[in-house]
Write a protein that binds this ligand. Structure first.
Ligand code: SF4
Length: 325
């Protein structure tokens, strides 16, 4: 039992210094929340809806275009990169299943009010997900893990969960936590999707009282910050009131990036989204795309046949940091 007995009354004294920092500096616990300019938010929302609807009108109605944070990041990296990645066959691996298992275990931690230990939660998360035999889920992959692979995965999940428990103040039921919370918005054949790792709070009138965070286990990347801002925009589109903050929390380093959500940030993120959707539509077609060589050429599946990519690799070298997970 990790947090049994934590109540709002005992809360202030029960947090450690790191938890206090996260609570006070990241979550802005106890601070006044911003009031949203309803007219400005509605104008921005209407503009975005109009632009997405216009883009959807140009797409063959029999297709649907999936728009999520990964595809947006890939599209902004290089439309050729997105096209190459989209044509790859997806397969579950220990690297891409780790996030799913972590989120399931985090869910168990918060839903049990911290009464279950990270190690127990890590094993149950693997067991529970492995029960699903639908090939589209990680179930069959997890069920087929060897004893050693399973132990490594449980060790990693336990490690991340213990770091979360050590760094974050106990998430109280009164904070209205949502874990793995999906947002799905369709504009014709354009389907926007997001899934917040953890969201806290709900708007109160025109007061922005929602906080959204994405957890990462790897290195910091600028893309992550843009992805968190996209989550803020998705929340605004869904609930009509944006979150007051969006953040990315790196469990291995204990560092985070954070943005206060205001009109300027929402407008910039809307432009980023529209441009990303344009590129996703283009990459899904047979039309020629513009190639934008960068470090991504090092792990791009199309690099062997891409003239721009080969030129970049010849100039800047073929080896560097590993591909992002
Ligand atoms: S190799 Fe580089 S330039 Fe070519 S498609 Fe891939 S990321 Fe784009």
């Amino acid at each position: 039992m990790i947090r049994d007995g934590v109540t709002p009354g005992s809360y202030a004294s029960s947090v450690n210094p790191r938890q206090r920092e996260v609570r006070d500096d990241l979550l802005l616990y106890g601070h006044e929340r911003p009031t949203v300019d309803r007219e400005a938010t509605q104008t921005l929302r209407r503009r975005l809806v109009d632009e997405l609807t216009a883009l959807a009108a140009g797409v063959d109605g029999s297709d649907w275009i999936r728009v999520d944070k990964h595809r947006l990041s890939q599209a902004h990296t290089c439309a050729g990169y997105l096209r190459a990645r989209s044509s790859e066959e997806f397969g579950w691996s220990v690297a891409n299943v780790r996030g799913k298992v972590l989120h399931r275990a985090l869910e168990g931690l918060i839903m049990s009010a911290y009464r279950r230990t990270p190690l127990e939660l890590a094993h149950s998360a693997i067991d529970e997900l492995a029960e699903d035999d639908d090939e589209r889920t990680p179930g069959p992959f997890l069920a087929a893990l060897s004893q050693g692979e399973r132990q490594d995965l449980a060790r990693d999940i336990n490690d991340l969960l213990v770091k979360f428990v050590a760094d974050w103040p106990p998430v109280l039921a009164g904070w209205s936590p949502r874990i793995e919370s999906p947002v799905k918005l369709a504009f014709g054949s354009i389907h926007l999707q997001a899934q917040f790792d953890l969201s806290l709070g709900v708007p109160l009138g025109d007061e922005a009282r929602t906080f959204i965070v994405d957890f990462k286990s790897g290195w910091q990347q600028n893309d992550h910050r843009l992805e968190a801002r996209f989550y803020g925009l998705m929340e605004m589109l869904r609930s009509r009131v944006p979150p007051y903050r969006v953040a990315t929390y790196y469990l291995d380093s204990g560092e985070y990036t954070v943005d206060d959500v205001d009109e300027e940030l929402l407008r910039a993120t809307s432009d980023w989204l529209i441009e990303g959707v344009r590129r996703i539509i283009l990459a899904s077609s047979d039309d020629p795309v513009t190639y934008e060589p960068s470090a991504a050429c090092r792990w791009c599946p199309a690099r062997h046949d891409c003239t721009d990519g080969q030129e970049w690799l010849t100039t800047f070298g073929r080896h560097s940091t590993p591909a992002p997970a």
